[in-house]
Every structure is written in C-alpha cells, then in structure tokens.
Design a protein around this ligand. Structure first.
Ligand SMILES: [Zn+2]
Length: 278
C-alpha cells in the first residue's frame, strides 16, 4: 500500500498517487493499493492557511491503536481510519507519504524494528533513516498492529518528502513510491522519459532516536535557531524551555530530529538521536 494525505495539507503524496494511478500498469505480482487518508481535511485545503488543513478534529496519524479504533470516541479522523482499517489489515508492506512543516532534507521514519530499517536501505534514498518509537500522544499508522510486531513480516515506512510547500517534495514522493514498489519486485522500472529516478545515496545515515521531547506547557520555545539534523556538540546544552523546564541535550554529538517550532502542548517538539555506525 502507498498511503497519502494522512495529513490533509501534505500534498506531495497526492501528487504521487495521481502519478502512480496514471502510469502504473498491472503489478508483476501481488496487489498494489493506492490510498488517500484524510480526504475531508484535504478538501479544506487553502494555500493562504496551509496549517489548518492538517486535520479537522484530531491528528489522523495518532489514532492507530486498537484502543482508539475500537473505543467510544468519535472524530472525522477516527471514522476515516475505521473505514480504512479492514484494507490496512491486509497490507504486507506500507509506504506512508508525508511532508514537513519545516525546511529540511527528506527522511524516513522507520520505527524501531530491523526489518523496516532494512527496507529503507533497499530504497537507497533519502539520506537519513530515523529509527524511532513514535509519539507519546498516540499511535501512528506506521506503528499500527503487525507493523510493530516482531512476529510478523509486515513492514511499514513513513517518509517525510521535504518541506510541504516545496514542489520538489512531489518528485521525492513519486521517486520513493517507485523505489518502494521496485524493491518489493512488484513493478518493472518505468521508462526514464516517464520519470527520471533520483540517484541513490552513496551511503545512508541511520539516526537512533533516544528521546522525544513532548511539550507540557503553553510556553514552549526554542532558544537557538534549530534545524533538522543539526548536531549539538556538548551534552547539557539548553536548546529550549518548556515553561520553567530547561530542555537539554542528553549526550555529546546529539542530533536534533524534526524540530517543530509550532508544537503545542502534548505534541512532539523535537527528538534527540545519535548516528548509528554499522
Ligand atoms: Zn505528515
């Protein structure tokens, strides 16, 4: 499955789905599902207020647990997730296409399991593979059910294709989708006149995320100009304040992963990680 628009304002995925729908023929084997997640939020998309159409009631990438999906609460996003769930349950391999609010290089969020990191390496791009355990405030589609279980082959990747307003993010989304399908031997390469693939990286960097900073107050702010994959040399460097609480890097050569200046209470403001050398 290739999923787009889990966040209604991340259009790169919708471009990729449109491209794949137009250009893919019968798969060599298996079945390819192209899915659009939060269509209701996407329909509210306005270029003047891009942030507003990420979701309508709640983040659709935090509802993917049995508790939430089978629980009593209701929202636009839960209803859509419940609708998609029977199909997602049949999926062996998932690529979930996203884009970022902040500028930064594309990256794959592989989750914690080895087999997902391995699949990310088969893709050969983008440069950064972030090995993480998700968020405190709910379960991502990438972490849903069998995608997180050690007993199954089901494998899911989330790719952040770049900044959400950067047209290049659509090319990254198409490229990653094709590489994903090629890695699984589901399609044959498309003629280069149809799409020019991005060069695979000579090497990819795996970042092991050790901590996620969840915002606890209404007064969170970064004290430095943060950038994705910025390395903070010294342990104990205060990079942000959350109310009275100083947010410090836990070790030397700490990598800042996906800092978000707009993170609100309960959301992830930044993750700390270190480079894994094989
Ligand atoms: Zn997203």
């Amino acid at each position: 499955m290739i999923m787009a628009l889990i966040h209604g304002n991340e259009l790169c995925g919708a471009h990729a789905i449109t491209f794949l729908h137009e250009h893919l023929t019968q798969p060599v084997k298996g079945r390819i599902s192209l899915a659009l997640g939060n269509i209701a939020a996407y329909r509210r998309f306005e270029s003047k207020n891009i942030g507003a159409s990420r979701y309508l009631d709640e983040d659709m990438n935090r509802v993917w647990s049995g508790d939430r999906l089978e629980g009593p609460s209701n929202s636009v996003e839960l209803r859509r997730a419940r609708e998609l769930r029977p199909l997602v349950d049949k999926v062996d391999f998932l690529l979930d296409l996203h884009a970022m609010e902040n500028t930064g290089p594309p990256l794959i969020l592989s989750g914690p399991l080895d087999r997902s990191v391995e699949l990310a390496r088969w893709l050969g791009t983008p440069q950064f593979i972030v090995r993480d355990a998700g968020h405190a405030n709910g379960t991502r589609l990438r972490d849903y059910s069998n995608f997180s279980s050690n007993d199954h082959h089901h494998t899911a990747l989330l790719i952040e294709c770049g900044q959400r307003e950067d047209p290049e993010s659509a090319r990254v989304a198409i490229d990653a989708s094709l590489k994903f399908l090629l890695s699984l031997d589901l399609i044959r390469p498309l003629p280069s006149a149809m799409f020019q693939p991005l060069q695979p990286m000579s090497s990819q960097d795996t970042i092991q995320v050790t901590d996620a900073v969840t915002v606890d107050t209404d007064a969170f702010s970064f004290l430095i100009d943060v950038e994705g994959f910025q390395v903070i040399d010294r342990a104990g460097t205060v990079i942000a304040r959350d109310g009275d609480r100083p947010i410090m890097t836990p070790y030397d050569s700490c990598v800042l992963v996906m800092p978000s200046r707009e993170a609100k209470r309960g959301q992830t403001a930044v993750r700390f990680g270190h480079v894994v050398t094989d």
